[in-house]
Design a protein around this ligand. Structure first.
Ligand code: C5P
Length: 314
């Protein structure tokens, strides 16, 4: 007698990166509540891994999560991955029946776009699972509707972002840069940081409606030359004063990294993660060790960039 094992449900795995904004220039808030940005993204090799598995018709979307901070991730429709699956299903007219498993490798609520990476990975995974035939351009436009950072998680590597940060142009970058990240258990809300930015810049004429990327010529040159010293000098974040005013203790985290010889240390995106650029992988590890020794972070992470965008795993 032969036994026929049930065929496993079709399943697809996709990996998508977190990011650091090497430069983040923010203009005056617009009527739609968003701020025009001129930013330079670098994807870093901290990855979210999403597994999408086909489930019986009518089962709907389900989410499970693992990773060191899994308990902080919602598993309902407020999760951006859930919304990504539903948006794609709606776009192509299929039922949103899929089990999503998120393996978290990007710090949660740290200003490193881990949730956006989940959404980007989910789009690519469900696109493959449902064989939608959509183009990468179609996925990018769905991504932009989900959140400002989602298109970059699809694209990866290094890119200039304008608009809400969702209009991307790939940028040249040579070699590998070595980063240490200090994260905090308590996240910062992105809208709260932008609100504080508005309060701090009230009455100032300094903010153009449209921030100009030309200000980052030195940074773009540093990337093309693969020069970490020049890159360290050119790092810039307009949201840093707002993040520091909400979390003054981050000042010390930045200070500890500078004392450890970081080529640059600053708030990552809307925070509260702090990013520090090292001369080498060893140096990034040493910066992270200083944060731990000085109790200047709840957790530390070392990685490198640029990294690839959302990609199917074999
Ligand atoms: O696009 P996303 O959903 O990631 O944005 C989250 C929030 O961050 C927005 O609701 C808005 O308050 C703020 N934001 C902004 N300007 C941007 C991007 C985000 O004000 N360019």
């Amino acid at each position: 007698m032969t036994h026929l094992a049930a065929a496993p449900s079709p399943s697809v795995r996709v990996r998508a990166p977190g990011k650091v904004n090497l430069s983040l220039r923010v203009g005056r808030v617009q009527d739609d509540g968003y701020h025009p940005l001129a930013t330079i993204f670098q994807a870093v090799a901290l990855f979210e891994e999403v597994t999408a598995t086909q489930v019986p018709e009518g089962a709907g979307v389900t989410i499970t999560v693992d990773g060191p901070q899994a308990d902080r991730v919602p598993v309902d429709e407020t999760n951006l991955a859930w919304r990504a699956a539903e948006a794609l299903a709606r776009r192509v007219g299929v039922a949103p029946d899929v089990a999503l498993h998120l393996a978290k490798g990007v710090p949660v609520a740290g200003g490193m776009a881990g949730g956006s990476a989940d959404a980007a990975a989910t789009l690519v995974a469900c696109d493959a699972l449902w064989q939608t035939g959509l183009s990468r351009g179609d996925l990018t436009s769905l991504a932009a509707d989900l959140g400002s950072d989602v298109p970059f998680a699809l694209l990866g590597h290094t890119a200039v972002g304008t608009g809400r940060g969702h209009l991307l142009t790939p940028a040249m970058s040579r070699g590998e840069f070595h980063w240490a990240f200090a994260t905090q258990d308590e996240g910062l809300s992105t809208p709260a940081v932008y609100n504080r930015f508005d309060e701090l810049s009230e009455g100032s004429d300094a903010r153009d409606a449209d921030p100009a990327i030309e200000a980052d010529t030195a940074l773009m040159q540093a990337l093309r030359a693969g020069d970490p010293h020049a890159l360290g000098r050119a790092l810039h974040n307009d949201l840093q004063p707002a993040a520091l005013s909400l979390r003054p203790e981050l000042e010390r985290t930045i200070g500890v990294a500078r004392e450890a010889g970081a080529l640059g240390a600053f708030v990552s995106g809307s925070g509260p993660s702090v990013a520090a650029l090292g001369r080498s992988r060893q140096h990034a590890l040493a910066i992270a060790a200083s944060w731990t020794a000085e109790s200047a972070a709840d957790a530390v992470w070392c990685t490198s960039g640029p990294a690839h965008g959302a990609r199917l795993l074999p």
